[in-house]
Design a protein around this ligand. Structure first.
Ligand SMILES: NC(=O)C1=CN([C@@H]2O[C@H](COP(=O)(O)OP(=O)(O)OC[C@H]3O[C@@H](n4cnc5c(N)ncnc54)[C@H](OP(=O)(O)O)[C@@H]3O)[C@@H](O)[C@H]2O)C=CC1
Ligand SMILES: Nc1nc(=O)c2c([nH]1)NC[C@@H]1CN(c3ccc(C(=O)N[C@@H](CCC(=O)O)C(=O)O)cc3)C=[N+]21
Ligand SMILES: [Mg+2]
Length: 290
């Protein structure tokens, strides 16, 4: 392996220490702690793990976590009522409704109902529009964490060729918007992209957010590129066991890249750190301390 390892876990840990200090300052000024409500519908095992991680991270940062677990057969109206209650609750600064939602619920309707100034996920159309037009707002945590990691190894992004594989509203599109905002030349690739390996090889900065285990092979990577692997894929390993792998074939890509994120320990921990940062920012705005 020749690439430098981008240690998201370590970067996230140091960010979280700083956030904890800032939370203490906020509490001293505002007379209350920031609050984050996390809503989980159903019993998806992976979602339960993330929600547990978020609760622990909140506690460690001094943020009050309000966890709402609803049964898998919850109706859209019932979930809407929970969201409206959280919108109206002054102790709640941030609201996160864990995705995916069960099939009877229209996620876009739920996301639209979250107050834009409590939308610490940055998924509301108002915040997506703010990001697209260069206005201040909440930026989705995963791409924001990716940008931090990219800047930790390549602070000057002006004119760099960036290729984002994946165009979801929660990762790919906001990632592209952030890179564009950093003056990269940005290409967004997806399932209809012709000759994806060729497109990927153009990238000085390659971000993979696809959900396909180890899809990006070594010969897709330009020598010296920065590779950010957003994918979280649980696959079978030895009989009866599973393991997490990314969307990038790590062993191959790390022989070619200049720097690369591992899975686990890369983007995932940064997502949680950015969620805490967004929640503190929401609390400051609500308290008039921003
Ligand atoms: N680390 C973290 O904190 C987070 C990790 N993730 C992980 O990131 C990955 C992506 O998540 P998300 O964006 O929500 O996923 P989505 O399924 O919403 O989007 C996947 C994107 O990949 C594209 N795609 C699918 N197959 C191919 C292919 N063969 N070639 C090129 N493009 C393809 C799709 O294209 P099209 O639009 O044409 O269908 C789509 O744009 C997942 O593994 C997820 O678990 C997600 C969020 C946070
Ligand atoms: N409303 C909403 N907001 C989200 O931000 C959101 C969501 N829904 N649904 C699911 C995805 C996924 N996601 C992750 C967060 C942390 C890790 C993480 O901490 N990963 C660790 C490992 C975790 C493990 O061991 O399973 C790592 O990569 O090192 C992963 C994935 C947030 N998401
Ligand atoms: Mg961490």
């Amino acid at each position: 392996m020749s690439a430098a390892l981008i240690d998201g876990k370590a970067v996230a840990a140091s960010l979280r220490e700083r956030i904890a200090d800032d939370v203490a300052d906020f509490a001293a000024s505002a007379g209350r702690v920031p609050g984050l409500a996390v809503v989980l519908v159903g019993d998806d095992a992976a979602s339960a793990v993330y929600v547990r991680n978020k609760a622990a991270a909140c506690a460690a940062a001094g943020i009050a976590g309000h966890e709402h677990r609803l049964p898998a057969d919850t109706s859209e109206e019932a979930l809407l009522a929970v969201v409206l209650g959280l919108n109206a609750d002054p102790s709640v600064d941030g609201i996160l409704v864990q995705l995916p939602l069960p099939p009877q619920i229209d996620a876009s309707r739920i996301l639209a109902a979250i107050s834009a100034d409590k939308d610490v996920d940055g998924f509301h159309a108002t915040n997506a529009g703010r990001l697209a037009t260069g206005l201040p707002g909440f930026v989705p945590c995963t791409p924001l964490g990716c940008l931090h990691l990219i800047r930790s190894v390549g602070p000057d992004l002006r004119g760099a060729e960036a290729v984002v594989i994946g165009r979801s509203n929660i990762v790919g599109k906001p990632m592209a918007a952030l890179l564009l905002g950093a003056d990269c030349t940005v290409t967004i690739a997806h399932s209809r992209t012709r000759d994806l390996p060729e497109v990927a090889r153009r990238a000085d900065i390659l971000v993979a957010a696809v959900g396909r285990p180890e899809m990006v092979r070594g010969d897709w990577v330009k020598p010296g590129a920065i590779v950010i692997d957003v994918g979280i894929n649980r696959i079978a390993s030895t009989p009866g066991r599973t393991k997490l792998v990314g969307d990038v074939h790590f062993a191959e890509a790390s022989a070619v890249a200049r720097a690369i994120t591992p899975v686990p320990g890369g983007v995932g921990p940064m997502t949680i750190a950015m969620l805490l940062a967004n929640t503190l920012e929401a609390a400051r705005r609500h308290a008039g301390l921003a």
